[in-house]
Design a binder for this molecule. Structure first.
Ligand code: ADE
Length: 231
């Protein structure tokens, strides 16, 4: 790909990229700032989408329309759902689903977008394979591939974790990935979501979220640093 879009939701998740980018020009659209330049010698457009699915969707569409990115990498932190994941471990998306899409009242299964052709959005296999290789070479035994769930909710209860893992087969949960995935799918643009675990979504996140977010963001940064050179 000649131009890659890099998205993070929060300052902590993108600041390392911002520090290491070169030849940067700044743009603004829809209240979101975009930094166009190079990273690891590759043309990239970095942006901080803000938290939640709507912000991430708008940001992704602008990256595609206005900046012409040919692939999208979302990087950041998530709450672990798979009980084998520890804080700092990494999830590379195989696919994404919106866990808060819920039209069960009309007979649709949980997570299904009514009348849509798809509700589960597969990540690009090539991007996903490469991200996994890089992640394993850096953090051996700490990377899982799996389904990333997204919803406009910070999950903070053991019951919800068990339910999301059991019913929707989520490896981790966050608030943007599946909307980025859907927008990429709608536009035929390849993507991968890369998440380091900042918490176990069990209600204890508030105690050390800032500290773990910093550590997890560093892991995500190092993987994307390795990945961008290979795509
Ligand atoms: N991002 C990081 N941790 C999260 C959680 N527990 N729920 C939703 N998004 C998150």
């Amino acid at each position: 790909y000649t131009k890659v879009g890099l998205i993070g939701a929060m300052v902590e998740e993108i600041e390392l990229f911002h520090e290491h980018m070169k030849e940067v020009t700044e743009h603004e659209k829809a209240g979101i700032t975009y930094w166009e330049g190079t990273f690891q010698g590759k043309p990239v457009v970095l942006c901080r989408s803000g938290v939640g699915k709507v912000n991430a969707a708008v940001c992704t569409q602008i990256l595609i329309d206005r900046f012409g990115v040919e692939a999208v990498v979302f990087t950041g932190v998530a709450g672990a759902l798979d009980p084998s994941l520890e804080i700092g471990d990494i999830v590379i998306s195989t696919e994404c689903l919106q866990h808060d899409m819920d039209v069960r009242a009309l007979g649709f299964e949980r997570g299904v977008i009514p009348f849509a052709e798809a509700s589960v959005f597969p990540a690009d296999p090539g991007l996903s394979d490469k991200a996994y290789e890089v992640s394993e070479s850096l953090f051996e035994g700490r990377t899982k591939r799996g389904r990333v769930l997204s919803g406009d909710q910070f999950i903070a209860s053991r019951e919800t974790v068990a339910e999301l893992h059991r019913e929707l087969n989520g490896a981790c949960t966050e608030m943007e990935g599946a909307s980025v995935a859907q927008v990429c799918h709608m536009n035929g643009v390849p993507f991968v979501i890369l998440r380091s675990m900042s918490d176990k979504a069990d209600g204890s996140a508030h105690i050390n979220f800032p500290e773990f977010t910093k550590q997890a963001s560093l892991h995500s940064y190092r993987i994307v640093e390795g990945l961008v050179g290979k795509i």
